[in-house]
Design a protein around this ligand. Structure first.
Ligand code: F6P
Length: 536
């Protein structure tokens, strides 16, 4: 396939960039009064407004042609047909099958039976735990479920459990431990009773250092409680779970065609199902399914994940954006940026294509963010008067009217508008004069109050933060990532880089403990300083 930067669309998009270079977003709205209608899209109850992005309908049409030139349709067909699109691990990427109501096949086998069987076990287990039918080894009902997992085995269910807190059963505390730092485990279980606590060891490989350390800590904390009453496991490696001491009837399988960061919908979602109940969990699946059906059927120019992916590629590869800020204007979505960090940066933080070529352009952005309106009082200054182009995704659950909620939504719209519009030096000067400053003072201060504006943002509106809306939202980002990976030509479904980091830790740890071994000068110097600190 023609390398991305050698397609005919690539220089045409470069010409678009030059044509738009001198035009401010304010000019684009003046030039096209129907800009909002032309550049906003819907899927179900979700509305995505891309009109504050620095492009025109003509730019978008060219980006769609780029997607066609990269055979996006063929990629989607291969992914949905269960082909090994994860070519470096020889696996399919069929997370859509986890929330589907139709048959999917992986490696020539219908996957629906295993999906349905696992879902049935999630239904039974979560109901038993929530109803009190599941008893601890001393006969007490379970009052706390603690998930032990990290990365995709933690971030998704942890984020969703917080996001859907209003659907949680107050009688059951669902908590998460990920870090190998023993402080997290200690802090999490400090107020819990071992007799009434159930651990879910979530690990696709069941080899992850942090998770196994926490599983051992849990076993010690439980004392002589029967593991069969206080441990469940979610893994693709059931044998290792059993070797740890978790009986097979307590293990839920995770298919090898489910990537860790795409696994919220699988048995990895069990702690979430325990928190909100299987019916609300099924609503989450329904929201993702609704986005899947839109993604796999809508023409690219009206396809929400495709357009979002193309807008992101435009910002990164033509406008030079290095990062993407995700700012959910909802306290309970505060963990969404952390979840999306793994989804986007572990998927597309790559430089080599599946054709073993350098990609030839920038790939995944540095994704960051925090809940609004708090971020306004932390980092929004850099958006207004800094020197960087920083695209923002504002995510706004509208929610029921009420004074605080109206103020929250108003802040989201105001930030997006102010960052687009900016404030000219003349406007700043007029503001200062109106405030009673002398002409000399106003002229001195105006440059410090002026904001260039022209900062691009997308705004995603949803009626409320419901399980269905969250399913829409997460599936939207999953598909956006897959589309960008397809255009860049990288494998969005492996993570060989982090495997190297894990290997380095495995090399250093025993040498740290023994005090022997060859290190680079920096590591050697640091180890010597650590020993000195310990001895002081
Ligand atoms: O960060 C590397 C990684 O392999 C992720 O891809 C994965 O979600 C996480 O570690 C945990 O892996 P496991 O579920 O196998 O414990």
């Amino acid at each position: 396939m023609t390398p991305l930067t050698q397609t005919p669309q690539w220089p045409a998009l470069g010409a678009q960039r030059e044509a738009l270079a001198g035009r401010h977003l304010n000019d684009l709205f003046v030039a096209d009064p129907r800009r909002f209608e032309r550049l906003s899209l819907r899927c179900g109850d979700l509305l995505a407004d891309f009109s504050k992005q620095r492009l025109t309908a003509e730019t978008l049409a060219l980006l769609v042609k780029l997607a066609e030139a990269r055979d996006l349709s063929g990629f989607l067909r291969r992914m949905a047909s269960g082909e090994a699109v994860n070519a470096t691990e020889g696996r399919a990427a069929l997370h859509i099958a986890l929330r589907a109501q139709r048959a999917y096949r992986a490696a020539g086998r219908d996957v629906q039976p295993e999906v349905d069987a696992t879902h049935a076990r999630m239904r039974t287990l979560s109901a038993a735990i929530r109803s009190g039918d599941w008893r601890g080894s001393g006969g007490e009902r379970i009052e706390a479920v603690v998930n032990l997992g990290i990365g995709g085995s933690d971030l998704g269910p942890r984020m969703a459990a917080q996001a859907l807190g209003e659907y949680a059963d107050p009688a059951l505390s669902v908590r998460f431990v990920a870090n190998i730092d023993p402080a997290e485990f200690a802090d999490t279980v400090r107020d819990l009773d071992p007799a009434r606590t159930l651990f879910i060891v979530s690990s696709k490989t069941f080899t992850t250092q942090e998770t196994l350390a926490n599983a051992r800590a849990a076993r010690a904390w439980l004392g002589d409680a029967d593991p069969a009453r206080h441990f469940l496991a979610v893994s693709n490696n059931v044998a290792a779970a059993q070797a740890f001491g978790i009986p097979p009837e307590n293990c839920l399988a995770m298919a090898e065609w489910v990537g860790g960061r795409f696994s919220l919908w699988s048995a990895i979602g069990l702690p979430l199902a325990c928190s909100i109940g299987i019916n609300a969990f099924d609503e989450l699946l329904a929201g993702a399914r609704e986005m899947d059906e839109h993604f796999l059927s809508a023409p690219f120019a009206e396809n929400l994940p495709v357009v979002m992916a193309l807008v992101g590629l435009w910002n990164i590869d033509f406008l030079g954006a290095e990062s993407l800020a995700v700012i959910p204007y909802a306290h309970r979505l505060g963990l969404l940026p952390a979840y999306l960090q793994q989804l986007e940066m572990e998927s597309n933080g790559k430089r080599v294509t599946l054709e073993n070529r350098e990609v030839g352009c920038a790939t995944a952005p540095i994704l960051w963010g925090m809940a609004g309106s708090v971020g306004q009082h932390a980092f929004h200054q850099i958006f207004y008067q800094g020197t960087r182009l920083t695209p923002i995704d504002f995510i706004v659950p509208v929610g029921a009217a009420g004074p605080e909620q109206e103020a929250l939504v108003a802040n989201a719209l105001a930030q997006s508008a102010a960052l687009m519009k900016g404030k000219s030096p003349e406007e700043a000067k007029a503001q200062l004069l109106a405030a009673g400053k002398s002409m000399a003072e106003a002229e001195r201060l105006a440059p410090h109050l002026a904001c260039p504006g022209n900062q691009p943002s997308s705004t995603l509106l949803m009626p409320a933060l419901t399980p269905r809306a969250l399913g829409n939202l997460v599936a939207l980002y999953e598909h956006k990532v897959a589309v960008q990976g397809c255009l860049w030509g990288v494998n969005s479904f492996d993570q060989w880089g982090v495997e190297y980091g894990k290997q380095m830790a495995r090399d250093i740890l025993p040498k740290m403990l023994s005090g022997e071994g060859e290190f680079d000068a920096s590591t050697a110097g640091l180890l010597a300083a650590i020993r000195a600190m310990r001895n002081a």
